[in-house]
Design a protein around this ligand. Structure first.
Ligand SMILES: C[S@@+](CC[C@H](N)C(=O)[O-])C[C@H]1O[C@@H](n2cnc3c(N)ncnc32)[C@H](O)[C@@H]1O
Length: 224
């Protein structure tokens, strides 16, 4: 998915509002190309009829919800996304399950989460737009949101270590030239390597970090 025509990054909510109606078709092609991270994330949660409490960060149109609900049909899922357009699609698709879903529009970077509440926090394809201090702060809050036996599961876009610096450098250049502001979220890719992702999760206080899947530019992590 491209940014604006002049290649200046677009504010992230506006970017996804614009893509919402075609997002699922676009993702279907990516799932074939990069492996089904949605399925692997959902596969890591317990198969149960219990009312599991799950928090989905950057739920978008809810592609992973279908797979989460297949594993835990009675789950109560809190779905957070900054894009109203993506959430409208989600509500349309899951009109019959809305009593199980708490749909919240806003940024997970600065909204408070319930503490000690969730069996699982999940995120698919939503974390590759943030720099280290933002992710560290978020994962510390994710840890607090989980029950003591809870688990964070993230499937996203990651790069080989020799490539991650180029993206960060580009982001820093945009900041230095004033093209972007540090206080606004943009649709800019700043993926971590698998090594750095493990490091930030450990620094956030998770004691067991596992790579459940690793493919070309893609991985799925669990942390508890
Ligand atoms: C590539 S989509 C992934 C959507 C869905 N999880 C999936 O895998 O199909 C990334 C989503 O993260 C959301 N997002 C990005 N930054 C966010 C933030 N700071 N707070 C909440 N949502 C955010 C975007 O609006 C978008 O819907």
């Amino acid at each position: 998915m491209e940014n604006s025509e002049n290649n200046i990054p677009v504010e992230i909510g506006a970017f996804f509002d614009d893509k919402a109606s075609t997002y699922d078709d676009h993702q279907k092609a990516n799932i074939t190309q990069f492996g089904n991270r949605h399925m692997i994330v959902a596969g890591a949660i317990e198969e149960t009829s219990r009312e599991l409490r799950i928090l989905d960060l950057g739920c978008g149109t809810g592609i992973e919800l279908e797979m989460l609900l297949a594993r835990a049909p009675n789950a109560r899922i809190t779905c957070i996304d900054i894009s109203g357009g993506m959430l409208e699609e989600l509500k349309r698709k899951y009109a019959d399950s809305l009593e199980q879903l708490e749909v919240i529009q806003g940024s997970f970077l600065d909204m408070p989460f319930r503490e000690g509440h969730y069996e699982y926090v999940v995120s698919v394809l939503a974390m590759h737009h943030f720099i280290y201090p933002q992710k560290l702060n978020l994962y510390q809050r994710v840890r607090k949101a989980l029950l003591s036996e809870g688990m964070y599961i993230e499937g996203d876009y990651y790069l080989p270590p020799e490539e991650e610096g180029q993206h960060l450098e580009h982001y820093q250049q945009l900041l230095e030239t004033g093209a972007i502001s540090p206080d606004t979220g943009y649709h800019i890719d700043i993926p971590f390597s698998v090594t750095r992702q493990r490091q930030v999760l450990l620094e956030a206080g998770f004691s067991k970090v596992e790579v459940l899947y690793e493919g070309t530019n893609a991985a799925v992590f669990s942390a508890c």
